[in-house]
Design a binder for this molecule. Structure first.
Ligand SMILES: C[S@@+](CC[C@H](N)C(=O)[O-])C[C@H]1O[C@@H](n2cnc3c(N)ncnc32)[C@H](O)[C@@H]1O
Length: 243
């Protein structure tokens, strides 16, 4: 049995998805509140930047993978208009349900489906744009998921991967201190769950850095990949073009 990482823990590959499910089942109801607290609102800026880079037009067909509570799906839906489509997906029912309910409350009804990024239930060449925000880090076979994202894009289509990444050197010490001392306490206080936010800090450290992820995207078939560092590399937006 192959092994992989769940945060700093080494686990059998077959165990990881269940452990990730436990994290998101636990935090789903407090996920949006916690995002604002722990990033001091910055996740809104990172997502707004992603939407700007997406540069969608009316009629575009978009797949939001690991869409969770739907921030990107909602913003994309406004851009593609009634003639376009945004498919809101996630592997986790609790996250997807929370997102779908929230979007419905705001008058937005999108096609919504549970799906695993590693086995996408869509035909090759379906989408103009695929996004995955803060989701890739949690996947067991990241190369398989990236290959699936490439497969379902139209030729010339783009993949946007928004994810925590490797921070610039001067930020490393304060960022580590915040991540391992403050974040779990915030998680306990706001969501009643320190462990899930300890996992978040650990999983960020285990995630491929900017250059490694760029190389992975090229290997699975993206002809061109740009990297945009945000907030000193706390987050990076990788933009891959299928060409
Ligand atoms: C941190 S949340 C991100 C939610 C949303 N994209 C956002 O930016 O607010 C990560 C999401 O990745 C989802 N996820 C984890 N593994 C996945 C997989 N293999 N396929 C699809 N989604 C997955 C989780 O269920 C969770 O909802």
């Amino acid at each position: 049995m192959s092994q992989t990482h769940f945060g700093f823990e080494t686990v059998d590959e077959a165990e990881k998805a269940g452990k990730v499910k436990g994290v998101f089942d636990s935090v789903a109801s407090k996920y949006d509140l916690m995002n604002d607290f722990m990033s001091m609102g910055l996740h809104r800026v990172w997502k707004a930047y992603t939407v700007a880079v997406a540069n969608l037009k009316e009629g575009d067909v978009v797949l939001d993978i690991a869409g969770g509570t739907g921030d990107l799906s909602r913003a994309f839906a406004r851009k593609v208009g009634a003639s376009g489509t945004v498919v809101h997906t996630d592997i986790n029912e609790a996250m997807l349900r929370t997102g779908r309910d929230r979007l419905l409350d705001e008058g937005l009804s999108l096609p919504t489906t549970i799906c695993d990024a590693e086995k996408l239930p869509f035909k090759p060449g379906t989408f103009d744009l695929v996004s995955v925000a803060f989701g890739l880090r949690n996947m067991t076979h990241k190369d398989q998921a990236l290959a699936e994202m490439c497969r379902v894009l139209k030729p010339g289509g783009r993949l946007l991967v928004l994810e925590f990444s490797k921070v610039a050197k001067p930020l490393q010490k304060p960022y580590d201190w915040y991540s391992f001392n403050i974040l779990p306490k915030l998680g306990q206080w706001v969501a009643g769950d320190a462990d899930s936010y300890r996992y978040l800090a650990e999983s960020i450290r285990m995630h491929p850095d900017q250059a490694t992820l760029k190389a992975m995207m090229k290997t699975v078939g993206f002809g061109h990949v740009d990297v945009h560092n945000l907030t000193g590399g706390v987050v990076a937006l990788h933009v891959g073009i299928k060409c």
